[in-house]
Design a protein around this ligand. Sequence first.
Ligand code: COA
Length: 260
Amino acid sequence: MSYNTIISTQEHSIATITINRPNKLNALNKETIGELHNVFSDLEKNKNIKVIILTGSGEKAFVAGADISEFAQFSEKQGRKLAVKGQKILFDFVENLSTPVIAAINGFALGGGLELAMACHFRVASDNAKMGLPEVSLGAIPGYGGTQRLPQLIGKGRAMEMIMTAGMISAEQALSYGLVNHLTSQEELLPLCSKLAQRISNNSSVAISYAIKAVNAGFINTVNGYEHEIKAFGACFGTDDFAEGTSAFLEKRKANFPGS
Ligand code: COA
């Protein structure tokens, strides 16, 4: 199948999906989210594929977030729908895929980009990578599972700080937080992920799919948290701060939040 915003390649039992909107730092628009759903779904059905590596095209970004230009004018209801649909068809879908997914973070992983990397089964980063959840600087909150998965991965206090400051952490800091498992140079990133994928592919794919479900089952009590996030995310879209935050980004100026 051919795609507009992603590239899917296969080598032996390992598939690599590259999100390919480098001019927009691989920001996730509706089309990209739909294409990612389709490619993950097809690869999961392909029993020859044992591991999937997910990365971004270019040298600058994994994914710099959800595409702000698409949702800046959304109402509360549309905001809630955006989170519900995205969580269902991409973020929860990837987390629960029976084929292992490794995020190869090759640059900025911000907002929806970090949320997508966190939905993958584990993460490897190149040393230029920068990670963060900048949503509150736009007057929104993470809406693709970020308020749930970040504390699961790095602990509540660190997650609160990252979310509240909207700041970025370096790849070294992400490694020390346990947000990524390995750190390497940009050129060694995909070879290292392939090596890990190769080791995984030597094991029982059936057993691995059961292991993924068993590990995820331990976090199922967070389901109300995801629902809470969706409601709160939608509510942000009705605020003046959201209108100001997203307009300021698109107009390339600093936001001046009215606080309402
Ligand atoms: N949504 C839509 N467009 C985005 C985007 C996003 N999340 N992130 C980057 N882009 C676009 C920029 O608007 C720009 O497009 P243009 O050339 O048509 O103006 C292009 O990608 C390059 O980005 P630019 O900001 O010029 O690169 P930079 O190196 O100066 O800055 C970032 C890089 C990542 C710091 C900056 O792009 C940024 O802050 N992006 C938004 C991050 C964010 O808030 N994500 C969460 C969204 S919920």
